[in-house]
Structure formats: C-alpha cells, structure tokens
Design a protein around this ligand. Structure first.
Ligand SMILES: Cc1cc2nc3c(=O)[nH]c(=O)nc-3n(C[C@H](O)[C@H](O)[C@H](O)COP(=O)(O)OP(=O)(O)OC[C@H]3O[C@@H](n4cnc5c(N)ncnc54)[C@H](O)[C@@H]3O)c2cc1C
Length: 468
C-alpha cells in the first residue's frame, strides 16, 4: 500500500494525505462517539479532478473508499470499519460557491460547502436556501444530498432531493459525470441524479450540485398551540393547510412529557401557558406579502381552531426573541433527553393520517412489554416523521433497560411496518440499519437495490458495508 499512498501524495500533495493518528483521529469516530474505525489514510483532495485521480488510484489498488463531509451522520455511514483497509475521502476542501443565478433561482456549489455557508451565500444574494437542520454549522451539502437530509422546512420545500436540480459525480471508476444542469424539466431517460441522492456514498462521490433557491420571505411567524391529542394536532394541520396553503412552513409535534423534560433540565426555558396540556404543536408561517398579512392569517387560524375546540390555548410570538424562545423549546428536547440519561431512539415515518393510531398502538405495546418505559415523542408531524424515543423507567436501572434495545427496536419497527411506514425517515441506513432493513423491504426491492450497486460499483469499493 506504500505505492498507493505515494501516488496519492504525488497527485494531490503530501499535506493532504493524512496517516498520523493525531491527524486522522477526528475522521474515524462518529458524531455520537459510539464507534471508532481504522483507515489506511484520510485523503483530502482539493478539486473534482483530484477526487477523480484518487478514486482511479483506489480502483487500481482495490482500496475501499468512505466519502466523508461534515461527519455529522447518525447511522455510522461516514466512518470506516475496523479493518483499516479503506481510506476516508474527505470532501472538506471542495468548498467553493461556483455560481449564483438569481433569475434561474439556482446556485452551483461544491459538495464540501458547509450548509450554513450555502444558506448565507443565498441570503447575500437576497434568496433563500431553505434546508435547515441543527447540524447546519458542520454538515456539508454533499452529506446532505447523500443522506437526502430533511430538517425543519420539508413541509413547504421538500427534502434535499427536491432542492437539487443537478449533480457532478465522480464514479467508482474515477470518471467525472457532469450533470450540473439547472433545469426544472428534463425528461431524457433515467434520472441519474436521483440515484446518487440518498445513496450514502455507496454509488459514487458527489463533488458539486445545482441547488434551488427561493425568494426570501417578508415575514415569519411562530406560534405554540396546546391540544389534547395527536389526532387534534392532525386536525389542526388540515385546517392550517386549508387556510394557509404554502405559507405553512413548520409544524412540529411535542408531547407534554417532552416539554416537562425540557423544563426539568433547562428551567430557564418556560412554557407560555398557565397549565399543562397533553400535546403541543409549534407552527411557523412564512409570508411573501407582509407581516400584517401573516398576522391576520395566523389569528384567523387560531380563532377558528379555538372555537372548534381543536386546540385549548395558543401563544403567538410577537418578536424575533419570542419566536426563538418557542423554537428553543423544540430544539432542547434532544438535549433534555440526553441530560435525563440513556435512551433508545427511533427516526421513523408513517403516513400522516395514521400518526395518531401509530402512537396509540405502539405506546400500549411498549408499556405492556417494558413496564414504566417513558415515551419521548416529538417531530416533524407535517412530514409524518416522528422521533419516537423510549426512555427507561424513572427509578429503574438504565443499563438493564438499554439491554433490551434490540427487542424495543423490533416492537417499534414492526409497528412502523404494519402502519406502512419507514424505519429511517431522515438519517439513512449507513452501517447501523443495513441488516435491519432487509426485514422490511421486499426481496424484489432489495434485489433491485443490489443490482444497481453491482452495476455502478462492480468492485464494491464505494462505502462497503453501508446501505446494501
Ligand atoms: C445535531 C444533529 C442534528 C441533525 N438533524 C438532522 C435533521 O433534522 N434531518 C436530517 O435529515 N438529518 C439530521 N442530522 C443528520 C446529519 O446531519 C445529516 O445526515 C447530514 O446531512 C450529514 O451531512 P455530513 O456532511 O455531516 O455527512 P457525513 O456524516 O460526512 O456523511 C453522511 C453520509 O453521506 C456520505 N457522504 C458524505 N459526503 C459525500 C459526498 N460528497 N459524496 C458521496 N457521499 C457522501 C457518507 O459516506 C455517509 O454515508 C443531524 C445530525 C446532527 C448531529
């Protein structure tokens, strides 16, 4: 392998072929610090051509490749296994905004651009790039597209897939496919772009993308509504969609228990209501007309929802600070849950109309089998996506409870499957759910996926052990 590494050094510069443990450590452990792998080297090319050269060398020397962006992935997709035979291919140096076209409403960016950098570049051009998630200060566009990341704006703008018009990709053979088309209509055969989006680096390396831009909203309003049940939250969602249409940009469900955990661990964050209710929805309207228009719309929605007893109370943020405070409640749920101790996480989706039934049925099944377990249920209700997490009983032994992780995963995922849902709504499969997915996808679907993998990457060098 010395020959391989030397040729990589010759091609992209010795400074960008890292082999010292101190230099590579940060690339080998996953975000949640659950796993540390080994790598032959961490290689950091600085251009598409350099990526292609490194990939060609990998094909020649049969070296597996683990593409990596910001390494914020949550399913062990961006770290190598323990064999030490793979390289980590970091895209961090491909970080240029290549072009912004405000008439076509597109921007062309390299895949190592940090999401926040892309949002800011769009804002500087008086446009909105709407992808937004809590890791936006570290994750990259290449990682976002490779995991088809969701986040808080999916209800209005779609997942990363819907925000991408074209790609530039280095194939596993080291060729460059330039599909950087800024077209909204292009029916010229198989959609290769959609093949690479969500492939988690198993089919090729994304080096650049054409992204969709939108007008900046003139006003953004946030409100918190309190209600009795997830079914009432769904009724509110229907009403909000009827009244507000595309102006509805956020609709997040949070159970009372979630917010009690937030109050317990972050007492400075307060609920704006004098009493507790079983469920809450944080909703956001974005308006391209004016603040007055948005206010009138929101007031009308809340008045009608109160009159029809869909909701029992509501608080509208009247300043940016108040809006941030409401979002803060939502954003602190994962942190509060971590403070509370170990827990078992599920990132699932079911058809929106079935969410109430799913929660009811699955809660009962878990409570029956795992006495005293505490459900931490919150998420992007408007997308049918729930963080359906399970915490140990309040006074039980957390480790004894966590030992049941596989059984608890099985109860939840079987239920998701029965409700026609997905066991990974946002984070992908990576190495973590690769074996589990086989239980829930049909043989036909798995065979088609493997056939695609085999056709594009016959040597099996692209991110082995992930997805399929
Ligand atoms: C605090 C926090 C909040 C999060 N919130 C959300 C959320 O709301 N919604 C959501 O969907 N996800 C969320 N995530 C998960 C994660 O941030 C996203 O999956 C993100 O899109 C990953 O980007 P990354 O650059 O860090 O990719 P990495 O973690 O580096 O890689 C992720 C996968 O993509 C592959 N990959 C990376 N770059 C490329 C490339 N250029 N070409 C080919 N393959 C590549 C990797 O091999 C790996 O399989 C969150 C994570 C954290 C830590």
């Amino acid at each position: 392998m010395n020959d391989f590494l030397q040729q990589c050094r010759d091609a992209i510069g010795a400074a960008y072929v890292l082999t010292d443990a101190a230099d590579t450590a940060g690339y080998l452990t996953d975000w949640r610090r659950r796993f540390t792998g080994k790598a032959l080297a961490v290689i950091k090319p600085g251009s598409t051509e350099e990526v292609a050269t490194v990939v060609r060398l990998c094909a020649q020397f049969q070296v597996p490749i683990v593409p990596q962006g910001g390494n914020t992935g949550l399913v062990l997709g961006s770290v190598p296994d323990e064999s030490g035979s793979a390289i980590v291919l970091s895209l961090a140096r491909l970080n240029k905004i290549r072009a912004i076209d405000t008439i076509n409403n597109t921007m062309t960016v390299e895949s190592g651009c940090i999401l926040e950098q892309v949002q800011n570049a769009a804002a500087d051009a008086d446009r909105l790039f709407p992808l937004s998630l809590a890791a936006e200060g570290s994750c990259t566009i290449g990682g976002n597209l490779s995991t088809n990341a969701g986040g808080t704006g999916v209800l209005r703008y779609g997942n990363s897939r819907e925000l991408c018009l074209g790609l530039e990709v280095v194939t596993p053979q080291g060729e460059v496919w330039s599909g950087l088309r800024g077209l909204r209509k292009d029916n010229t055969g198989y959609d290769l772009r959609d093949l690479f989006i969500g492939a988690e680096g198993t089919l090729g390396v994304i080096t650049a993308a054409v992204l969709k831009l939108f007008p900046q909203p003139k006003a953004q309003l946030t409100a918190l509504a309190a209600m009795q049940s997830p079914d009432d939250a769904l009724r509110l969602l229907s009403m909000a969609q009827e009244k507000c249409g595309a102006m509805l940009t956020g609709f997040e469900l949070m159970s009372d228990f979630c917010l009690r955990l937030v109050s317990k661990h972050f007492p400075q964050l307060r609920l704006p209501f004098p009493q507790n209710y079983p469920q809450y929805v944080l909703l956001e309207l974005s308006d391209n007309e004016s603040e007055e228009h948005a206010n009138a719309m929101l007031e009308d929605l809340i008045t009608d929802a109160l009159e029809q007893t869909i909701i029992q109370d509501a608080a509208v943020a009247s300043s940016i600070a108040q809006s941030k405070a409401l979002w803060s409640l939502r954003e602190h749920i994962p942190l509060a849950q971590a403070e509370e101790g170990k827990n078992i996480k599920h990132d699932i989706s079911v058809p929106i109309s079935r969410i109430g039934d799913f929660i009811r049925v699955t809660d009962v099944e878990l409570e029956k089998n795992f006495l005293g377990c505490r459900m931490v249920t919150f998420g992007h209700l408007g997308d049918g996506n729930l963080h359906y997490n399970v915490s140990p009983p309040e006074h039980g032994c957390p480790d004894a409870f966590i030992a049941h992780q596989t059984e608890i995963n099985r109860v939840v995922h079987d239920s998701v499957h029965r409700f026609g849902g997905s066991i990974s709504a946002e984070h992908g499969l990576g190495a973590l759910k690769r074996n589990e997915i086989v239980q829930y996808k049909s043989e036909v679907e798995m065979r088609l996926m493997r056939t695609i993998k085999q056709a594009l990457d016959p040597l099996g060098l692209m991110n082995p052990g992930k997805v399929v």
